[in-house]
Ligand binder design. Structure first.
Ligand SMILES: [Zn+2]
Length: 425
């Protein structure tokens, strides 16, 4: 779109624009420059496209721009039709409109379908004032007033676009800036570009499309509001269900009232000491017999549990640790993987636990499996229908089993592997 020095694509004679091929050659063309009103010469040479030049070689800033505008307007006025561009949204009105609900799902409105179409013009006025603006053309089609801007160098400004939108006027822009100055001086190319090229025009303001867009958008808003309401309702139903379940669980406390009452008694230090004493009298002679079978002998130094909650097993730790060593480690095939689960189950079946501690611990485990899926009741054992103090007082039977494996790992007998413990000696 550069202005080739002094070239004017069309000349003005008696109020009409002419191409250089439509008039006599040279100064006889009798045309003036529409920019500076000085005489032009028509050049119909064989080597360059026909065009006009200033006779006096005048410096003329607006000759080309003015000629193109006038010629484009004259074409529209002569043909009384125009191809209206399609409308497919803009930055503020994406087509279709989209909204996100409270679950982050995307909802789409109906698209505004407004394809390009040819409009017959009933009335064409050049450069008529419209409000504060003077569009290139004011025309009328079957839908009323339509403003047309021809772009050669200067696009419609954002202010003008906003003013047109606010006043509800229809305006399109036809962009000729992609044509070269010599192409544009060919009347047939220019007629095609002005009247019938869909790709070079767009809506500056299209109230009809915006109204349709707003209507679709409102319907979308209603739809998303409904979706949000049902999501919310489903969430509340879910929450109520969980609360009800929790209430039912809380009511289970009555099943454990006698155990809870006894918990305080059996966890008193004197009670624990007396139980451990009893277990020692009963079990240590048996443990010593078992320990004679253990190899390597240094392992026996590690086979006892000094922890305060070891009373919860119905065997002295020295006995069950020795038995567990013989059962799980000494006689195990190489590469065997040991798990806390295996030790716990074996301990439960072989020696058993203090019945009150066992029943309360199982209540915690069951609750954990029901309300913390994935935890498998392992840690930390906790149950909503026991108080925090009660929860803390219940011995962690799982940890008692685990401690056997941890201790032997520290002693170098076992190695930790991903799915449990492996024999290292
Ligand atoms: Zn001029």
């Amino acid at each position: 779109m550069s202005n080739v020095e002094g070239i004017v694509p069309f000349g003005l004679r008696n109020g009409r624009m002419y191409a250089a091929t439509e008039v006599a050659n040279g100064l006889a063309c009798d045309c003036l420059c529409p920019g500076c009103a000085t005489p032009l010469v028509a050049r119909q040479g064989e080597h360059r496209r026909p065009h006009f030049a200033h006779h006096a070689g005048a410096e003329c800033e607006y000759g080309a721009e003015s000629a193109i505008h006038r010629m484009a307007k004259q074409i529209i006025a002569d043909h009384r039709r125009i191809l209206l561009p399609g409308w497919d949204g803009d930055l503020i009105h994406p087509n279709p409109s989209m909204l996100v609900d409270i679950k982050d799902w995307i909802h789409r409105a109906d698209r505004v379908e407004m394809p390009a179409r040819v409009a017959q013009l009933t009335d064409v006025t050049l450069e008529q004032r419209v409000g504060d603006h003077r569009p290139d053309l004011v025309v009328n089609d079957d839908q009323g007033e339509l403003l047309i801007e021809i772009r050669w160098q200067h696009p419609v400004t954002p202010e003008k676009k906003q003013a047109m939108e606010e006043s509800g006027r229809r305006m399109i822009e036809i962009d000729l800036s992609r044509l070269g100055l010599f192409d544009i001086s060919r009347t047939d190319l220019l007629i095609d570009a002005v009247l019938g090229n869909e790709s070079n025009r767009k809506w500056i303001s299209c109230p009809e499309a915006i109204a349709a867009w707003i209507e679709n958008h409102r319907a979308l808003c209603d739809r998303v509001q409904c979706a949000n309401a049902s999501i919310q309702e489903a969430r509340e139903v879910n929450l109520r269900k969980r609360r009800d379940l929790l209430a039912i669980e809380r009511n289970r406390r009555w099943q454990y009232l006698s155990e809870l009452a006894a918990l305080d008694q059996i966890t008193r230090p004197e009670a624990i000491q007396s139980r451990l004493h009893e277990l020692a009298n009963k079990d240590i002679p048996k443990a010593e017999i078992l320990q004679r079978e253990i190899v390597p002998t240094w392992v026996t130094l590690h086979l006892t549990d000094p922890s305060s909650d070891c009373w919860a097993v119905s065997a002295h730790p020295k006995l069950w640790w020795s038995a567990a060593y013989l059962r799980f480690i000494q006689s195990a095939p190489a590469g065997k993987v040991l798990t806390t689960m295996a030790i716990f189950n074996w301990l439960d079946l072989t020696f058993g636990f203090h019945p009150i501690a066992y029943r309360l611990f199982q209540a915690q485990r069951t609750y954990g499996i029901a309300f913390q899926p994935g935890s498998r009741g392992r840690s930390p054992p906790w149950c909503a229908y026991f108080s925090d103090k009660e929860n803390r007082a219940i011995p962690n039977l799982w940890r008692i089993a685990q401690r056997f494996l941890d201790r032997l790992t520290d002693a170098g007998v076992l190695d930790r592997v991903t799915d449990g413990f492996q024999i290292a000696i």
